[in-house]
Structure formats: C-alpha cells, structure tokens
Ligand binder design. Structure first.
Ligand code: 5RP
Length: 234
C-alpha cells in the first residue's frame, strides 16, 4: 500500500485502535489511504474471528482491500444509516483554542467526494492519523474535484478567491488524475486558511465543483498513532 508520509508504525496503531471501536452488526464507512488500510485489515481479522459487519467503501482502493479481507460490502442507499466511519486525513487542525479545531483537509488520494458523503453520513466519524498530519493552522493546498470540462473555469474562480489551482497529474502516465467518479482534481493553494468554514462554502458554491477536501465540523475524534500508543483528540 502506498503511503503518503508519516511513520507506518504510528499509522498502524491509529488504524488498529479505530478498528476496535467497530461493534457486531455495525455498518462501517471504510475510508481511503494507508492509515485506514490498517483499520480495514484489522476489521478483516475480526471478521475472520466472527465479527459481523457491513462495510461501505469510499474508493476503488478501499473496496478492493475490503474484498480481499472478506468484509461484506453494501452501499449507502441500501442501509438505514452508517454507525461508524473510519478515514484518514492529510491535515488535521489540532488547536482546541481555535474555532477550526478538528477541521480536516482530505483528498490526497482523490477520494474525498465519496469520503465526505460517507463520513458525514456516519453517526460517528473517527479520523486516523500519524502526528505528521497535525497542524495548528491550515496552510496545505485543498483538493477540489471538478467536472472535467469545468477545470479551466473553476481554476479562474479559484484565482478570484485568492488561490492558485494546479491540475493534478497522474504520476506514471501522461494526463491528469481521474477520480473513481470520472472527475478531475485541482490542488488549490490559498496560503494560510484563516476561515475554513467560509472558504468551504465559497468552494461549494462554484459551478463545476463536485466536492472539495475541506471537512469542517465533520469529524468526531482523531486517533493519533504515536511512537508508543494512540492519543485520542476531540
Ligand atoms: C484520500 C484521503 C486520505 O485519507 C488521506 O490522503 C490520508 O492518506 P494516508 O493515510 O495514506 O496518509 O483523503 O482521499
């Protein structure tokens, strides 16, 4: 599984601890990325031991892993609710004094559209992260999924909002990254983001934007894997 930085041991601790929160009979949102993969693998082991759960995958990647792990899958429109979602993040604001505490930037894996849908639908959404994801101020670029034909128009609107949009390129082939839903991704640098809620609303209102990676007031807790344990931030 490809990782996006941070220690694998810390990611494993966070993912495995989050998996312990899954109860028999739960519908579980299965996030995307290397940290969540440890949670999915741990859920798979629990399923081998008799745990009964239904997973909702947030990406092709998490679907494939869940299938390999023997986890039954369902869809959001086939269930009455999602009990728990477990998902990673690229940045987590960790400053209890700040109004932005708990805000996330997601979308490093270009899966944030479905991730936001599933994570926000869950009764409880637990973020799994290593300490490299924690920040006291948001400065990372924000992934924005756009309709393919809208990427130039949206990039212009992003510039009017004070950002600089870069079309995400595929690493190993020519051409842009295409999401599971067939959209493109603009990585949008805004510098320090003082009011993530305001920026989130503005991005959502742009025609052609499918979803952006700012998750404001969505997460209930963050499990941070450390060198010797897991810290739970709320
Ligand atoms: C995918 C995501 C991932 O959750 C995020 O990129 C974190 O990934 P990792 O756990 O591999 O660092 O938002 O769209």
């Amino acid at each position: 599984m490809k990782t996006t930085g941070g220690s694998d041991a810390a990611k494993r601790r966070a993912g495995e601890r989050a998996a312990e929160a899954v109860a028999d009979g739960d519908v579980v949102g299965l996030g995307t990325g290397s940290t969540t993969a440890y949670a999915i693998e741990a859920i798979g082991r629990a399923v081998d031991d008799g745990l009964e759960v239904r997973g909702i995958a947030t990406s092709f990647q998490s679907r494939q892993l869940a299938l390999e792990e023997g986890i039954s899958l369902t869809e959001l429109d086939a269930v009455e609710g999602v009990d728990l979602a477990i998902d990673g993040a690229d940045r987590v604001v960790d400053d209890p004094e700040s109004a932005a505490h708990g805000t996330l930037i997601k979308g490093g894996g270009a899966a944030h559209t479905r991730e936001k849908l599933v994570d926000a639908s869950a009764d409880r959404f637990v973020v799994v992260a290593d300490p490299s994801k924690l920040t006291d101020r948001l400065e990372a670029s924000v992934p924005v999924a756009v309709l393919p034909e809208a990427h130039t128009v949206v990039a212009e609107r992003i510039a009017e909002l004070g950002g600089e949009a870069t079309l995400r390129d595929a690493e190993h082939k020519d051409g842009p990254v295409v999401t599971d839903a067939g959209n493109l991704v603009l990585d949008c640098a805004f510098g320090p983001i003082g009011e993530p809620g305001e920026l989130a609303e503005r991005l959502s209102s742009l025609p052609g934007v499918v979803e952006h990676g700012l998750f404001v007031d969505v997460a209930d807790a963050t499990y941070v894997g450390t060198d010797d344990g897991v810290e739970v931030r709320r």
